[in-house]
Design a protein around this ligand. Structure first.
Ligand code: NAD
Length: 392
C-alpha cells in the first residue's frame, strides 16, 4: 500500500519524523511531503547567540535540501494556511492543497502576547533566525544613532520575561554589548540592559541557589533586573510596568512565553490548553490519522500537566512519531511516547551557565554547565547526521 505522508514543519519534531520514517520505509513505499516556512532547519535553542552576533547564521540555519538529500522527500517551502482534518487535506498559503493519508503536525508554537496593549506592535520576538537577525540589526542601528548624539533611550534595551529565552538572551547581550559600544566610541556604561520578570523570580523551576547565581552573574555584567514587575503596556518606546513606573527603551525583546500554533488551534482537532490533545502514541485524540510532534502537542505528564515545550522533547517525539507512522503502515503495535529528560541547561553568556542534569536533577554552574550545553548541541548534530546515514 502506498500511503501519502505529509509533515508540517521541519523543526526538531518534523525533521526527526521524516528521517525516522526513512530509516524504516523507502520513498516508493511512503512518499513524504515536508512543508516548511523557510528552506532551513533552524537550531532555535541557540538563537540568543545569533541575536548577539557570536555565532554564524550558517551554524544555526541548516539547508533542508542538504539534510534530506537523496531521501526522496518532497520539500515544499511555504506557509501552512489551514488543516482540514475531516477532508484529509492541508491548504498552503501559496494556494495549493495537499491531500494526505497520514498527517504529522510539527508546527511548533508562537509567541504569546497575553493581550498586553501595544506589546505585539512595539516588540521583537525571538522565534527564528530571521527574528534574531532583525533584533541584532535594530540594536546596531540604535547604537549608531546613540553614537551620533541620539536619544538616551537608543542605548536602552529591555528583555521582557525572565524564563530561559529571556535569561539566555540578556546573558549573551551582556557579553557582547561592550564590544559593540567600543567599536562606536560609546562608553559601555551608558548602555542600560534590563530584564523584566512578572513573577517573583527569574528562571522559574530552577533551584533557588542557581537562580541567585544566575542573577548575580548577570548583574555583575551590568544587567538591571525588575523582578515581580509585569510589563503592562507598551506605547512606542515607553515600556510600562505593574508598579506604575516606565522604562524608555529603543529596543524591547519580548520573551514572555509561548502558546499553541494558530493553524493547530483553528484546525478543529481536539485541543488541551491551546495545543493538540494526543494519545500515548502521539496521535490526535480526535483524528487518529494525525500525529503531532513538538510544541504543537500537549503531552500530559504524571502530574496531570502538559510537559513544558522543549527541543529535547520535540526531538524525541519526532522519533516516536516517525516509528509510529512506520508501525501503522505495517499494521504493527504503536509505541507509547516515553520521554527521557536529560535536564535543563541555561547559558548565561559565553562563559557562565546554570543547569540541572540527569534523573536526580543535579545542579551545575559555571564552566560545567556551559560545557554541557555545548555538548548537547553537538550531540544533536551528530544524532541527525547518524540518522541521515541510517535512512534510506
Ligand atoms: P517561559 O514561559 O518559560 O518564560 C516566560 C517568562 O516571562 C515567565 O517567567 C513569565 O513569568 C514571564 N512573563 C510573562 N508575562 C510577563 C509580563 N507581562 N511581564 C514580564 N514578564 C512576564 O517562556 P520561554 O522562556 O520563551 O520558554 C518557552 C519554552 O521553551 C519553555 O518551556 C522553556 O523551558 C523552553 N526553552 C528552553 C530552553 C533551554 O532548555 N535552554 C531555552 C529557551 C526556551
Amino acid at each position: 500500500m502506498n500511503r501519502r505522508v505529509v509533515i508540517l514543519g521541519a523543526g526538531y519534531g518534523g525533521l526527526l519524523t521524516a528521517l525516522t520514517i526513512r530509516k524504516h520505509l523507502r520513498a516508493e513505499e511512503a512518499p513524504i511531503t515536508l512543508v516548511n516556512r523557510v528552506p532551513t532547519h533552524q537550531l532555535v535553542t541557540e538563537l540568543h547567540r545569533l541575536t548577539a552576533g557570536n555565532i554564524r547564521e550558517q551554524a544555526l540555519a541548516l539547508p533542508l535540501e542538504k539534510l534530506l538529500k537523496g531521501k526522496g522527500v518532497d520539500l515544499r517551502i511555504g506557509g501552512v494556511e489551514s488543516i482540514e482534518p475531516d477532508l484529509k487535506r492541508v491548504r498552503l498559503t501559496e494556494g495549493s492543497v495537499l491531500a494526505y493519508d497520514t498527517l504529522v503536525v510539527a508546527l511548533g508554537s508562537e509567541t504569546a502576547f497575553f493581550g498586553i496593549p501595544g506589546l505585539r506592535e512595539n516588540s521583537f520576538t525571538l522565534k527564528s533566525v530571521e527574528d534574531a537577525k532583525r533584533i541584532r540589526e535594530h540594536i546596531e542601528e540604535k547604537l549608531d544613532s546613540f553614537a551620533r548624539g541620539g536619544r538616551e533611550a537608543d542605548a536602552s534595551i529591555v528583555v521582557g520575561g525572565g524564563g530561559l529565552t529571556g535569561i539566555e538572551t540578556v546573558g549573551e547581550l551582556a557579553d557582547e554589548l561592550p564590544a559593540w559600544c567600543r567599536g562606536r566610541g560609546i562608553e559601555p556604561g551608558s548602555i542600560r540592559l534590563y530584564n523584566v520578570e512578572a513573577s517573583s523570580s527569574i528562571l522559574p523551576g530552577f533551584p533557588s541557589e542557581l537562580v541567585a547565581r544566575a542573577q548575580s552573574s548577570l548583574e555583575n555584567r551590568g544587567v538591571r533586573f525588575r523582578i515581580g514587575q509585569p510589563i503592562t503596556a507598551v506605547e512606542g518606546s515607553t515600556v510600562r510596568l505593574g508598579d506604575g513606573s516606565a522604562i524608555e527603551a529603543g529596543t524591547l525583546i519580548w520573551c514572555g512565553g509561548v502558546q499553541g500554533h494558530p493553524v493547530v488551534t483553528a484546525s478543529g482537532i481536539e485541543l488541551v490548553r491551546g495545543r493538540a490533545a494526543v494519545t500515548a502514541d502521539l496521535r490526535s485524540v480526535s483524528h487518529p490519522d494525525i500525529f503531532v510532534a513538538g510544541d504543537s502537542a500537549a503531552v500530559i505528564g504524571e502530574d496531570g500537566r502538559p510537559y513544558p515545550p522543549s527541543a529535547q522533547l520535540a526531538w524525541q517525539m519526532g522519533e516516536t512519531v516517525g516509528y509510529n507512522v512506520f508501525a501503522s503502515y505495517r499494521g504493527a503495535d504503536l509505541q507509547p511516547f516515553r520521554p527521557v529528560f536529560s535536564g535543563t541547561l541555561a547559558s548565561l553568556g559565553r562563559k557562565d551557565g546554570v543547569a540541572v542534569v540527569g534523573a536526580r536533577l543535579t545542579p551545575l554552574k559555571g564552566f560545567a554547565a556551559t560545557a554541557m550545553k555545548e555538548a548537547s548541541n553537538l550531540r544533536y548534530l551528530s544524532h541527525i547526521k547518524g540518522l541521515f546515514a541510517l535512512a534510506y
